[in-house]
Write a protein that binds this ligand. Structure first.
Ligand code: GLC
Length: 751
């Protein structure tokens, strides 16, 4: 495909390298990445911010050397590439062998029921050398551990109900982006190809393989002086999650099986009686009429509009599930409209039918703008009922009568595309349609959850990790999985707390909420047919533990909201591995049982049964570490901390100023009081306030405050004053003493 280099020329900041086969294009993008690609027939689904910069190209021995302000790439015959930073450090180099991953099909092993990898015919293949100390992160929601070196994965959105284990190559999401850390050197690669792609991080040897079954090379080499900058630059390219409504940071309760209004009544009452805040209930497929999307069963949920209103008045929002499959049924408006207007995917020109929950169903062709607009407008049916968010499921797309064939057609109005290319962006496009529809109908910040997604879906949706199981392995996996999702540009994420499939034990539930209360999306969800797992379904101890940790989360909502505000400008995740903050600490390179919330809090939960103590590791931090709960100084390095069933070890860096709030039941109420938890040392912190729901902040309607801590004095300074409501009371907790002030600019002595 790529031959010998014959010539090259620069034209309007694009370099064309003419080979004796396919030409290669090179561009410098956003002042921090090189894009190397073949001619593409359409625009990227993921990339939204693309500013071309200046390039210089000159002939070097056996190739072309291309420089831009941020680095250099040398491209030689047959697309052999070498990437350097501005200090001439080699970051990534093509491997010049003919290495092919060969698999042996062992029939006997297969006969016994083992899965055997068969060779795949991959069209596009790029090979690179892996350096001795190189580590890999990212790639979205894949199973396994934080560092991906030595493992191999496939991007093909997959709904697999069996417990997700390390040997799974694919899960629901396709994020063809990884980050590399080698000693102090970092970079990222985004391979923008929506077909089935493989990433092999040296499973067989020290060769990194990136390959795809079809399509073209569209390769972004992303620079960054550290992992944070790489994440930031990747999300600048593919988009960031826009500020959420505050209520969505509350606690959500869901279950497949809330079959009627009375079941929801029970849930709401249970939360009230047990004094646990509840921000939202989710209606799974049970609320629909025969699983027909955009309908609801009047019999099971009579007077739904009035009912939702009554829930909203208590501060409980309602989120409804919407699957893509539209039931084949003449007379059903969704089906009739889809057929009449050609909104469904086709095969050989005929409407394509497979089956999902409603039985035989058609698959909306979200590639076509008309379909997306139609779908987005339908969300009004739900928002008119008072629904506050939409949960998009089954959008890999899942199917019950065998997988969708590769040649199912998606017509975009001009050209036909096929399922093998659209599969990995189906959930992405559905989320986009839903996001745009909700925004148009309500004017509020949309709340969408999706199971399947592609790179860049973070612009439209939050995500959960799909059908996990009530097993210890899955509360363990929740940590590296969410950390890698965060590094892959997906900030608003969560797992089904307690586990979706299988039956949770009391101990597992207690430990899961101690992890899950820190997930940006805090949702307890379980499958029909499993043991009930609302917080009070175990015993008094678990109810208390659940209450304690949901309360902790509500206390920290101002901190979470600030993190989301920062994410919008820097793209950094909310929960993150400590390696992102302490990049040179080798002990953190594959740390799988701790994580950080922002740059100040470090959580070290217990994720094994029977433990009452936890081996904690705290990296060196300028002003040391403190126990969040009792303010005691904790030494850096390894230590063993008490972690009884009701305790999650939570640490905070010295010099931190953590904004917190009193726990309120209704997150729509404007907080009057800000409680700053300050820890000895020096530090600055920027706090952000707005109306928590509209887009008015984009017109300057927000307040921003700078808090500084030094020599036992806290200073408050208003940086931006654009929103009329603010706090009237400031409470400061410092060295175990509480101080109360009026909230205004000034210096406050704390000792
Ligand atoms: C899928 C979803 C799960 C949902 C179920 C029924 O399995 O992943 O969350 O409860 O479908 O809608």
């Amino acid at each position: 495909m790529f031959g010998k280099i014959m010539d090259f020329r620069l034209c309007e900041d694009s370099l064309v390298i003419v080979t004796d086969d396919t030409p290669i294009y090179v561009e410098a993008v956003n002042s921090n990445c090189f894009r190397i690609y073949e001619q593409k027939a359409y625009n990227s689904f993921a990339v939204t911010d693309y500013t071309k910069g200046k390039l210089n190209a000159k002939k070097v021995d056996g190739g072309v050397s291309i420089t831009s302000s941020f680095g250099k790439v040398i491209i030689r015959d047959y697309l052999m590439m070498e990437f350097y930073d501005n200090n001439d450090n080699l970051l990534l180099k093509s491997n010049d062998s003919n290495f092919k991953r060969t698999y042996e099909t062992n029939c006997l092993a297969q006969f016994e029921g083992h899965s055997v990898l068969e060779e795949e015919k991959m069209k596009v293949r790029l090979l690179f050398d892996i350096k001795e100390n190189e580590l890999f992160y990212g790639l979205g929601d894949k199973t396994g551990w934080l560092n991906k070196r030595g493992y191999e994965y496939q991007n093909y959105n997959s709904d697999i109900p069996e417990p997700h284990v390390d040997s799974f190559r694919s899960l629901y999401k396709s994020i063809p982006f990884y980050l590399s850390l080698c000693d102090e050197l970092t970079y990222g690669v985004f391979f923008d190809n929506t077909f089935r792609t493989n990433f092999d991080f040296g499973k067989f040897n020290n060769i990194l393989t990136i390959e795809s079954i079809k399509g073209e090379i569209d390769f972004y080499f992303i620079y960054g002086n550290n992992l944070k900058e790489v994440v930031s630059n990747y999300t600048a390219l593919t988009g960031r999650y826009p500020l959420p409504q505050r209520w969505s940071l509350g606690s959500h309760q869901s279950r497949w099986g809330y079959a009627c209004k009375e079941h929801i009544d029970e849930v709401v009452k249970g939360y009230e009686e047990n004094d646990i805040p509840l921000g939202a209930v989710h209606l799974d497929i049970d609320y629909m009429e025969n699983y027909k999307v955009f309908t609801y069963s009047e019999k099971k949920y009579p007077k739904l509009k009035e009912y939702i209103k009554s829930l909203n008045e208590k501060g409980v929002k309602v989120v409804t599930i919407i699957d893509p499959g539209v039931k084949v049924e003449e007379g059903y408006f969704m089906y009739d409209e889809a057929i009449k207007n050609g909104y469904a995917a086709t095969k050989n020109g005929e409407t394509y039918i497979n089956a999902v929950w409603p039985g035989d169903s058609i698959y909306p062709n979200y590639l076509k703008e008309d379909t997306r607009l139609w779908w987005g407008d339908k969300t009004k049916i739900l928002t008119d009922l008072g629904v506050s968010g939409i949960w998009n499921d089954m959008n890999e797309p899942a199917s019950f009568k065998g997988p969708l064939p590769d040649d199912v057609e998606f017509f975009d109005g001009d050209n036909y595309y096929y399922h093998d290319e659209i599969h990995n962006v189906y959930g992405h496009l559905m989320s986009k349609a839903t996001y745009d529809g909700l925004k148009k109908n309500t004017g509020l910040r949309p709340f969408v959850i999706t199971r399947a997604c592609y790179a860049g879906s973070q612009k439209y949706s939050t995500m959960w990790t799909g059908d996990n199981h009530s097993m210890w392995g899955h509360v363990q996996m929740a940590i590296p999985q969410q950390c890698n999702m965060g590094l892959s540009g997906l900030p608003f994420i969560g797992t089904d707390i307690g586990g979706f499939g299988g039956d949770s034990t009391a101990e597992l539930m207690a430990r899961w909420i101690e992890v899950g209360c820190f997930s940006p999306l805090l949702r307890n969800h379980s499958s029909t047919g499993t043991k009930r797992q609302e917080p009070w379904c175990f015993n008094d101890e678990v109810t208390k533990i659940y209450r304690k940790h949901v309360n902790l989360r509500y206390e920290l909502i101002p901190y979470y909201y600030d993190l989301f505000h920062e994410h919008e400008s820097n793209g950094l995740p909310i929960i993150r591995p400590a390696i992102l903050e302490f990049q040179s600490d080798k002990k953190l390179t594959n740390q799988n049982d701790q994580f950080m919330v922002g740059e100040y809090l470090l959580v070290s939960p217990v994720v094994l049964p029977g433990q009452e103590q936890k081996l904690v590791y705290l990296p060196d931090s300028e002003y040391g570490w403190y126990d969040y709960f009792n303010g005691e100084k904790v030494s850096s390095g390894y230590s063993i901390r008490s972690a009884k069933l009701n305790e999650v070890p939570l640490f905070v860096r010295g010099g931190s100023i953590i904004p917190t709030a009193k726990v309120t039941r209704n997150l729509e109420e404007d907080p009057q009081e800000l409680i700053l938890k300050c820890f000895p040392g020096e530090g600055n912190y920027t706090h952000y306030v707005d109306d928590y729901k509209t887009f008015n902040y984009q017109n300057g309607e927000y307040n921003k405050y700078l808090f500084s801590l030094k020599d036992d004095i806290l200073e408050v300074k208003t940086l931006h004053n654009g929103y009329d409501k603010t706090y009237n009371k400031l409470t400061v907790v410092y060295k175990n003493k509480t101080h109360e002030f009026n909230f205004k600019d000034g210096k406050y002595r704390l000792v």
